[in-house]
Design a protein around this ligand. Sequence first.
Ligand code: GCB
Length: 615
Amino acid sequence: MGSTGAERTAKCVFLVAFCSVCQALQGGMLFPTESPSREVKDTGPVIDMPVPSSYNDITQDVKIRDFIGWVWYEKDVWVPARWIQDRGTRIVLRVGSAHYYSVLWVNGVKMTEHVGGHLPFEADISSVLRQSNANPCRITIAVNNTLTLETLPPGTIQYMNDRTRYPAGYFVQNINFDFFNYAGIHRSVLLYTTPNAHIDDVTVETTFSDNIGLVSYNVSVLGSSKPAVKVTLSAQDGRCVASADGTRGVLKITDVNLWWPYLMHENPAYLYSMEVQATAEDGQTDFYTLPVGIRTVRVTNTQFLINNKPFYFHGVNKHEDADCLSPHRKTRFVFQIRGKGFDWPLLVKDFNLMKWMGANSFRTSHYPYAEEILQMADRHGIVIIDECPGVGIKDIRSFGNVSLAHHLTVMEELVRRDKNHPSVVMWSVANEPASEMQPAGFYFKELVSHTKSLDSTRPVTYITDSNYARDQGAPYVDVICVNSYFSWYHDPGHTEIISIQLNTQFDNWYGKYQKPIIQSEYGADAVPGLHSDPPMMFTEEYQKTVLQNYHNVFDQKRKEFVIGELIWNFADFMTAQTITRVVGNKKGIFTRQRQPKAGAFLLRERYWRIANETG
Ligand code: GCB
């Protein structure tokens, strides 16, 4: 942990559960032993743990890999003395994400807690640092990865305590999603400062008319009742192109450079720089600079329009997952096993691969990705469908009021974090919920309308694998996103059925809703290096044949109402251990180490061809 965001190591303690029984002195104090009526809980080992990283793959210990419960991270850091001495300085501690439920202490004082594994949380720690003798300052974060029916994603704990079958007894975390439940502090922990009176939030909405760009902005300032706010927009060459005073306003830019997805324009991903200054009554000024891309998004019943031009999503679904080589400060390279931990080399490699294959878009399946990834997409002109962690909502009890209230809160946190990214063009509120269940209608109506009330500029969707006739949520979304695995989970081995089944799928959905459709997942597992001709399941040839059959249908339907295709998946990824997964899901067109399978070359040819056709 540290102010620079550089990788550091914290100490990590694994605790199976808390045991907080206090005995008065008069008790016998028998040595604790286990018996049919007694349980003993011990603290786990204290070990070095890198941040950011999942803790699961760091050691050789299966108990740590599959651990469910509380882990404690602790680190002493030196806070610059001037931060503490200057009472006009506000000191904030920010956790990029920690999976799933976290409690944060500084110098033993509880600062905050946070529910949810994929979005940031922070606390103003100034007064604690000033009260305690700050240095070194001790940061303690307890993280619990247990999933329940009311978490997002949901899960249940199942106890295997029938002693005739399980002599030792154990419990499992059941989940209805297909990726490993990596846990720990996954993104950077930063210490940063602001003046006491500070810019708390900035929201921009953009549009244009002919060659005039319009940026509506809204600035909120805390710690000052009458701040003087000044906003300046600069072009990439540093020229000031518009400015305004006040907490709200509209900036007008003549001869605007729009933000375009790459492949769609010769000058894509144009970002202006918006500098906000807020000066408080005492003369202190806070400055914040936000990159701003000016673009519009609109959906018709057959098209997805970016800057009023039809956009066809030819892209990928991803995961934050890899086992890869990373540079290290001291040793030149280390083999790092980070799980879902944020990793710069991986991020840059993945963007290079997406560009190599001509992918213009990705979905953050199945949870919000690190902010650095969105910033990179803004700069490179790659379009994002931003998904919340609403994956695996299969149990009717997860459609209850408590779950819905939490889901609405998660959408608020997601929109608050990602609203200003031009690359984000649509919100996805869930993946493959049991949307045919009766309560799903009300649930999705509320969820979609709440999301639209938070952001009226972007369409909202969720990803369905339900039958078109029974799905309860589709009336509320702007775009229908459908997952299907013809000739894989259905009719395995029969790729000849894809054409008829896929055509029927599209015609049924469009016939009922007259909304544009994205094939949000399709694919087949391929174990790299496994070959067979004629193709057989799990070979690279079979994966290719499935993709080709899907593509033939996409090519007919994209002339009508199909507005996108996202392969499942960009790369192989880790899952729980099941009989259908051979050390993880192998539907990647790249391996987990980012080497191409045959399918990657097929998609590369296809995506570049589409890019050239659609300009
Ligand atoms: C799906 C899920 C995705 C899985 C995929 C598969 O429908 O949305 O999370 O990994 O299928 O490979 O089964």
